[in-house]
Design a protein. Structure first.
Length: 411
């Protein structure tokens, strides 16, 4: 184990903070939250190791930059939130040094009544890592992160949170540097009232090998696995979704004063969808989405710039503009004049519209003594785009050829 600044433990009902350097007990008392907070406040940075036990947290713990809080894992080190007062469990303010929580269980103890609007973990700063956490039964969201930069969530379980999501990651004030670099690896987000994970106006976000299941516990058919509202450059890869109204729900973001921003640059790759009750992927208000190697029951999608390949859903309701960048045809001869038919395999799962196809002539033989006066798409189907080009002046170089480049999309 790394050198620790404090070791927190319970002895005969007294919570003690043992100084890792001097071996002396610096802080002690019957209130765990007070002893832990005093240990945090005495440090500029360092590791606080909390030994196995149940620690009743009766007030918010504020954890500043450079502090690492480490326990002995799920069902061992348990921070049990006591809702006699209406408070968030842990607040991580972050900064220029990493603030880390790892190997802890956070148990919300949220009552059915009254209903509180408080969260297990609140993140409001930069450079925060949550690693191997078990979060459950919080009053609203398990994790609530707002207007932050650099967040890592690795092997986090967040479930059974009463009125919110397992994790709600959002920015309400749009800044160039906020909500950049979010990495979520592994973990389970299950049986929450709304969504497993909700993303709003986030950017540069990667979710890998995350499991989503049985969310929307209020039964209102308004929740599900993953919600994406606005945002950009979001990748969902090797994830698993099961049994919720919407496995993935995508919409544009209303920024107020009549301004909306589309969700853009989305990628959903190699993910599996067990049947949802309404729709596996339900999306509108999107500019730029790639769906590859995904399989499920139903997809309902309306977007601009769709790349849909090697995927299969039993019911497909997909409208918008499909794109494929610079697919080249086979060569065709330009050493003879006349109308030529050129067929280009487009590689898309759905036949593109003729008006969305753009053609460019690409020289294959280095000659410039030929010309054409007609170039158009005549037909599309599920496999090919059929084009015609009229060579009006033939090249004098025997065997000269050219190619066509196809780009499908409205740019």
């Amino acid at each position: 184990m790394e050198q620790v600044s404090y070791i927190i433990y319970i002895e005969s009902g007294i919570v003690k903070a043992l100084n890792g350097t001097t071996g002396m007990v610096d802080f002690s008392g019957t209130n765990a939250a007070t002893v832990i907070q005093m240990s945090i406040d005495s440090l500029i940075g360092g590791i606080i190791f909390i030994k196995k036990g149940i620690y009743n947290i009766t007030k918010n713990l504020t954890i500043h930059q450079g502090i690492i809080i480490e326990g002995e894992g799920e069902q061992s080190t348990i921070l049990s939130l006591i809702y006699n007062n209406n408070f968030n469990g842990l607040t991580l303010t972050g900064g220029t040094k990493w603030t880390i929580l790892r190997d802890l269980e956070i148990y919300g103890n949220a009552p059915v009544s009254p209903i509180y609007s408080t969260d297990g973990i609140v993140i409001s700063g930069s450079m925060v890592e949550l690693n191997n956490l078990y979060i459950r039964n919080c009053a609203r969201h398990g994790i609530n992160a707002n207007n932050f930069v650099h967040l890592r969530m690795i092997n986090v379980y967040s479930g059974f949170n009463r009125t919110g999501s397992g994790a709600y990651l959002h920015r309400e004030i749009i800044k160039n540097d906020s909500c950049n670099q979010i990495y979520i690896e592994g973990g389970n987000y299950v049986a929450n009232d709304l969504f497993g994970i909700g993303l709003k106006n986030t950017s540069n976000t990667l979710l890998e090998m995350v499991n989503f299941g049985q969310n929307d516990q209020d039964g209102g058919d308004s929740g599900g696995g993953l919600s994406i509202i606005g945002g950009s450059n979001i990748t969902v890869e090797n994830c698993y979704f099961e049994g919720q109204p919407y496995n993935i729900y995508i919409r544009n973001s209303n920024l107020g004063i009549g301004r909306n921003t589309d969700a853009n640059e989305l990628r959903i790759i190699n993910s599996m969808f067990n049947p949802s009750t309404i729709c596996d992927i339900d999306g509108t208000g999107i500019t730029g989405i790639k769906i590859s190697q995904c399989f499920g029951n139903k997809i309902r999608l309306s977007a601009k710039e769709i790349d849909y390949e090697n995927s299969a859903f039993k019911t497909e309701d997909i409208t918008g503009t499909f794109f494929k960048n610079n697919v080249l045809s086979n060569t065709f001869s330009i050493d003879s004049a006349g109308l030529k038919t050129v067929t280009i395999p487009h590689g898309l799962a759905i036949a593109p519209k003729i008006q969305d196809c753009q053609l460019t002539v690409v020289q294959n033989t280095a000659v410039d003594d030929w010309a054409y006066n007609l170039l158009k798409v005549t037909y599309t189907d599920a496999t090919n785009v059929t084009t015609k080009i009229n060579v009006s002046i033939a090249s004098t170089t025997m065997g000269a050829t050219a190619k066509l480049a196809l780009r499908v999309g409205n740019y």
